[in-house]
Design a protein around this ligand. Sequence first.
Ligand code: PLP
Length: 426
Amino acid sequence: MKRDQEIFDLIEKEHQRQLKGMELIASENFVSDEVMEAMGSYLTNKYAEGYPGKRYYGGCGVVDQVEQLAIDRVKQLFGAEYANVQPHSGAQANAAVLLTVLKPGDTFMGLNLDHGGHLSHGSAVNTSGILYNAIGYNLDKNTGRVDYDEMEALAVKHNPKLIIGGGSAYSREWDYKRMREIADKTGALLMIDMAHPAGLIAAGLLDNPVKYAHIVTSTTHKTLRGPRGGIILMGKDFENPWGLKTPKGVVKMMSQLLNSAVFPGTQGGPLEHVIAAKAVAFGEALKPEFKEWATQVKKNAKVLADELTKRGFTIVSGGTDNHSMLVDLRSKYPELTGKVAENALVAADITVNKNMVPFDTRSAFQTSGIRLGTPAMTTRGAKEDMMILIAELIEEVLNDPENENVIAKVRAKVNETMKNYPLFAY
Ligand code: PLP
């Protein structure tokens, strides 16, 4: 068969783009060769509807072992009692949880999208906001941190069946204990979506929500450094999170309900090649080198936030406890939108994304902020000195975002610097 050069040329073009640029999108990372190899493997040819040992297709003996390994490793990694590794993405994992614990029209709570929440936590344009009654909680205007008092007052007022914690642009540790207290007080279940900090949690550098929440979801491709995908976990509450006092056998175990919500509830056949790659990534995350990497991710984020602050940028909440930060551009550049900033930086081969900041006066298409993160650059081997350089280059571009000479000069510096950093250094 003739090679499809058109598509492979494009794949190589993207490879070159990744190699020569500085990647600061907080939700991105670079996977190891072994994760990549598992993803592009023969397992993609296999149908395996069902779960290990209980499939609707023949010939699943090998993929059963692959999936079981992924399940066992992720349970070990997070100290979980239950794991489902089949969700095709983080949004799919969340949709399956909502399908399990809510009926259409039921009330649940999540962090508002423009305060750092995720689309799948109740946005009006997502099934979570279309099918269910979503109540958003917010950050405190003064501290830039989650307002747990408001969360509690809203929970008392609206009586949600589920409270969701976790977000996409929140640089601070979550108070899972307080959230569980609020959930228990109001009779809600607690779900934590740890998609962003999962790798730092796996490395023991942030508190582990599996200890507090009834259900935990995550993506596998952000700080967890695996293939694109999702997972669902449960800790000690996994059999009967509602604490129902019913005769044995009447309570259908939560694990069965969640499994049914993933397949056949929201998905068909699992992606066993991706599940194999998840298993490889979980195996990597169990090694001591991963902790070293995650420690560096956190150190780098702190240095980057401090350097930007020194240069007059405002970091929402005043800093970061994890891998990410939200930069409010308004204090330094009142006229500059996130959109213009993103375009100028991307033209200089520094990849970031525009992001709304809490209480933003601009729309989601313009925004007043950009979101930055250090996982991808850390995977390439970047240390604190590189963070100082990045802050300097960001300022140089944003001081004059329409100046093509400045952009070309910064781009040359970025490309020259990145020649010395492989895609995967760990
Ligand atoms: N949950 C959170 C907190 C996220 O930040 C994201 C993605 O950015 C998702 C879920 C969705 O993941 P996916 O893009 O894999 O559907």
